[in-house]
Design a protein around this ligand. Sequence first.
Ligand code: FE
Length: 171
Amino acid sequence: MKYLLFLPLVLLLVIGCRPGAKTSVATVNSPVLSTNVWNMKDKVIKTEGEWRQQLTAEQFRVLRQHGTERAFSGALWDNHEHGAYVCAACGLELFGSDTKFESGTGWPSFWKPIADGHVGATEDNGFFMKRTEVHCARCDGHLGHVFDDGPKPTGLRYCINSVSLAFAKRP
Ligand code: FE
């Protein structure tokens, strides 16, 4: 009889662990992405030492330590070629030239990521500001921030460090 007391607990465990139960994803807290999430199986995970070896000092400072490059100092804010902007750390495609726009900020600016789930977002409350930080969903490399003062059709402005990106030119 006393085993019946455990029945509700067992039921709770079974229900909580069933396939399809709530799981956390890289793009949690994102106000801008749909639920079509990039494949978490293929995450790129490296040690700090490995990243230091692979990246330049400036790339490491921005991508791995959430730094910000000086405005108008990067290689890509004024780039007008057709192509894809990929993560400088892992190569995942992040933005397309068709969504790049002139923001006047001195940082490459886009109104949408190239695909759902490629760019993750988290709340950033540093420097007494409430901002939304954005990062590469595959390697978690810091890219920049997203603001809601962008152009149509999304009204979003992804303000991205040039140094976090590499450009793949396409016809
Ligand atoms: Fe990446």
